[in-house]
Design a protein around this ligand. Structure first.
Ligand code: URA
Length: 410
């Protein structure tokens, strides 16, 4: 069947056979199918969905497009964590530092920003010198010495997902349950961890907008995990407001350091502790109560913070050279009231527009730009108060939107 026939079949809502999926996706991988045809197929998948059979086949195709990491030389239980994506979501860096400080091995393969959501790799690359491309030997060595390592999706692990992910990012084909489930699970299986904790984000700033979608993707990802003999735990968490106080790559690294130094207490901190406790429970085989109390101790004692510094140092990063833009614009409130809502999606898009994400595959990110939220849900605001500060590329940046309208006041 030609690629056009395959696209038409999916457009008409019919199930693609294993053979159709291989023709399309392996053909794209070999460079025989152009971006425009694959984009069209992805859009048809977004519109019409996929059956479980198609989802399993596509996950298999992604996994088999590369190698699978052999973590049998890592001493200890390996627990991976992944988020379906949100705005200001820097939980990976927090929870991996905590779990590793408590003896869990965290082999983490992370992605770049997707759509309006940020990615851990882009955040880490804002640290000058940080290497996201460790060799397999270096990765395993670091897991045995430091306890956690974070690498970018390598050229060898699920490489086809990487190509498709980059295409989805710029073709409006990100928000699809089957595409998100296959993308995440193929990477998780290829990365080799025995146990996986998935943070399924739902809300207006997330890729999944409704509770039903979050429940459905959790069920699918657990099912894919079972097929590959992996223990998968999911937590559905809320993403209606930006997570924490910063959005933007270097700004978020600074925020992670504050949280690990026990200087913050907000929803992001509570969420990170809950996810870390789940990882510690799975990794050490202890009760959730015991895991939670060890997580608290890891933060208050500074062990988690030390672990983060150790990881950055092991991967060549120099935090003393981390820079945020020196050009800032304060956004002044033109309303008075009590904040009861914040549009996470709009804040994510704003950060992207400032240069913190990509609009085309070739775009270069500016690590120093972003948003620091000064007022959040629950705060009282007077006209003239600073709602947030934008970190912008250059002086003279003109704010063209009414950013006060991103907030809902009572
Ligand atoms: N994270 C991924 O790795 N893939 C997606 O498709 C969405 C979020």
């Amino acid at each position: 069947m030609s690629m056009v026939d395959i696209i038409n079949k999916k457009r008409l809502g019919r199930e693609l056979s294993d053979h159709d999926l291989e023709e399309a996706f392996l053909g794209y991988d070999r460079g025989e199918i152009p971006d425009y045809q694959m984009s069209s197929l992805l859009m048809a998948i977004c519109m019409n969905g996929m059956t479980e059979e198609e989802i399993f086949t596509l996950t298999d195709i992604f996994i088999n497009s590369g190698d699978q990491l052999d973590l049998s030389h890592v001493h200890g239980v390996t627990v991976d964590k992944h988020s379906t994506g949100g705005v200001g979501d820097k939980t990976t860096l927090i929870v991996a530092s905590i779990a590793a400080s408590l003896g869990v091995k965290v082999p983490k393969m992370s992605g770049r920003g997707l759509g309006h959501t940020g990615g851990t790799i882009d955040k880490l690359e804002s640290i000058p010198g940080f290497r996201i491309d460790l060799s397999e030997e270096e990765f395993i060595h670091q897991l045995n010495t430091v306890g956690f390592a974070i690498i970018s999706q390598t050229a060898h692990l699920a490489p086809l997902d990487k190509k498709i992910y980059a295409l989805r990012d710029v073709t409006g084909t990100v928000e699809s349950i089957p595409l998100i489930a296959t993308s995440i699970m193929s990477k998780k299986i290829a990365a080799g961890a025995e146990k996986i904790v998935l943070d399924v984000k739902v809300g207006n700033g997330a890729l999944l907008k409704t509770q039903e979608e979050a429940i459905e993707i959790s069920r699918l990802m657990k099912k894919i995990g079972e097929k590959y003999n992996r223990e998968v735990e999911t937590m559905i968490t809320y993403m209606d407001i930006p997570l924490g106080t910063c959005i933007g790559n270097a700004l978020e690294i600074l925020e992670v350091m504050k949280i690990l130094s026990n200087e913050e207490n907000n929803y992001l901190v509570a969420l990170s502790k809950a996810l870390a406790a789940k990882m510690v429970q799975l990794g050490l085989g202890i009760s959730i109560e015991e895991a939670s109390s060890r997580v608290e101790e890891s933060i208050t004692s500074g062990r988690a913070y030390q672990k983060f510094l150790e990881m950055v140092d092991a991967q060549g990063g120099d935090l003393s050279k981390l820079r945020v833009s020196e050009h800032t614009v304060d956004i002044i409130s033109n309303k008075k009231g009590h904040i009861i809502g914040m549009d996470a999606y709009k804040f994510g898009k704003l950060s992207l527009d400032l240069g913190g994400g990509r609009k085309t595959k070739e775009d270069k990110i500016d690590p120093g730009v972003g948003i620091m939220l000064k007022k959040k849900i629950g705060d009282d605001v007077e006209i003239g108060d600073v709602l947030c500060t934008l970190y912008v590329k250059e002086e003279g940046y003109k704010v063209e939107e009414d950013i006060t309208s991103y907030y809902t006041f009572q």
